[in-house]
Every structure is written in C-alpha cells, then in structure tokens.
Design a protein around this ligand. Structure first.
Ligand code: UDP
Length: 239
C-alpha cells in the first residue's frame, strides 16, 4: 500500500558522520545497511522521488588537511573523492533492497559513475531510481551541504531532508551543554543572525534564495526519514 508523502521529490543529505555510526570514522556496515533499508522502505511505500547527497567527513575533510599544511584545493579534492567512496557504498547497500540507483559524480569517473547531468538525473528520478550525487559540487572551497542546496534547486526538490547525528538544531551544542534547547522551527535568516552552524552560510543563502524548506532530524532513530516525509514534526524545520 502506498502512503501519501507531503513531498513528491526530495533531496536527502546524509553526512559522512552519519555513515560512521558510533565509530566516528569510516563506514559502519550496520549503519549504512540501516539507512539503505529506510531509503528502500520510503521509496517503495510512498513512491517519493529521492535524490541523495552524501558527505565525506567520515573519511576526509579538506579543512582538516589544510590545517595540517596541505594545499586547501588539493585537500578539498581528496574530500570530494571521499564522498565518492561513500556514494558507492550507499549504492551497493540500497541495491541490496532491489531499488534501482544511479551514482552521478560531479568529477568525471566514467568507470564507476555517470557524470552529473541535470536533465538525466531528473529522468532517473521520474523512473523511480534513487540518484546519489557524488563528488560534491566538483569545486574546492565548497561543502556537501552547499551541494545539497545546489542540487535541490537544480532538480526542483520540494525539500531537503538533512539526516544528522543530532536530532535537530539547538541554541548551543547539546554535546557540551546539557541545558541546550532544541528549536522546532526557524527561518534561514535566524540561522545567519544567530550563527547556527547547521550548514555553512553558502548553503543557507542558496536555500534561502531558492525558498527550499529544510528538515533537520536524527538519522539514528529508525523510521525518521519516513516520519518527516509523512509530515510528522520531528527535529527542526527551517524555511
Ligand atoms: N568538498 C569540496 N567541494 C564540494 C563538496 C565537498 O571541496 O563541493 C570537500 C571538502 O573538503 C569537504 C569534503 O569534501 O570537507 C567532505 O564534504 P563535507 O565536509 O561537506 O562532508 P560531511 O560534513 O557532510 O560529512
């Protein structure tokens, strides 16, 4: 039976951190299987068109490389390659659930992924395939959050679903401050004015300019992707 989602086309952003599970580094096979199972369940039960942007912070972050003396551009390309590793892992995991997928890479790697072609990505989505966007924007000095905002605008996604290790946006870091308060709803201007770093400012301004709603929620709790899709108010909404 299909359930009625509140969005028909979404962009799911999965941070590298989320793929690492409790290990904090690399890919946790249980975690990726769990995320893939949820993606499969959501696609099969709601028929939502789903594109995914994966991060790479569980493997390499450009900024960390440059802090240790690497050239920032080179380090960022390494970060983008990290996202390709995650994308292939996610593709493999999702296909185990009999869902068709395509990986599209912003850096050409013909042997392992299609190049990013906007109209082709949209066609895949219309055919019910999960499209995984790899290699970020293809440009150093950007993030995969900005990639999520950019690709969401390009494919006219109804919303960005941001699957994180934390269950929403707080007024201070909940890992440090036990009295941190979770926001239920915010505007993009609030994020900028209060320096709430849920995503970088480039990503925030792209979302704001293009009026893309954002839902931030915890990936660890089973069924959360579907809850958001069915319109439940979990996590934090930004519009
Ligand atoms: N990156 C980049 N350009 C992009 C997207 C990503 O240079 O358009 C690099 C950057 O070095 C970043 C790394 O890829 O640190 C991994 O992405 P990100 O930190 O956004 O991953 P996440 O925090 O979501 O795991």
């Amino acid at each position: 039976m299909t359930e009625k989602p509140v969005y028909s086309r979404i962009l799911l952003k999965i941070s590298g951190e989320a793929l690492a599970g409790d290990n904090g580094f690399g890919i946790d096979p249980e975690m990726i299987k769990k995320i893939a199972a949820e993606i499969s369940d959501v696609v099969k039960s709601t028929n939502v068109e789903m594109a995914v942007v994966v991060g790479g912070g569980n493997i390499f972050r450009g900024i960390a490389g440059s802090a240790k003396g690497m050239d920032r551009g080179t380090a960022d390309y390494m970060g983008m390659l990290a996202t390709v590793i995650n994308a292939l892992a996610l593709q493999d995991a999702v296909e185990k659930f009999d869902i068709e997928t395509r990986v599209q890479s912003a850096i050409e790697m013909r042997q392992i992924a299609e190049p990013y072609i906007r109209r082709r990505a949209i066609r895949h989505l219309e055919k019910g395939r999960v499209v995984i966007f790899a290699a970020g924007t293809g440009n150093p000095f950007f993030s995969t959050d900005t990639t999520a905002a950019l690709r969401a605008a390009e494919i006219s996604a109804d919303a960005i679903l941001m699957a994180k290790n934390v269950d929403g946006i707080y007024d201070s870091d909940p890992a440090v401050n036990e009295n941190a308060q979770k926001h239920e709803a915010l505007s993009y201007i609030d994020l900028l004015n209060n320096s709430l770093r849920v995503m970088d400012f480039t990503a925030v301004s792209l979302c704001m300019d293009n009026k893309i709603p954002l839902k931030v929620f915890a990936v660890k709790k089973e069924g959360n992707i579907k809850r958001v899709l069915l319109g439940e108010d979990i996590g934090t909404s930004v519009s």
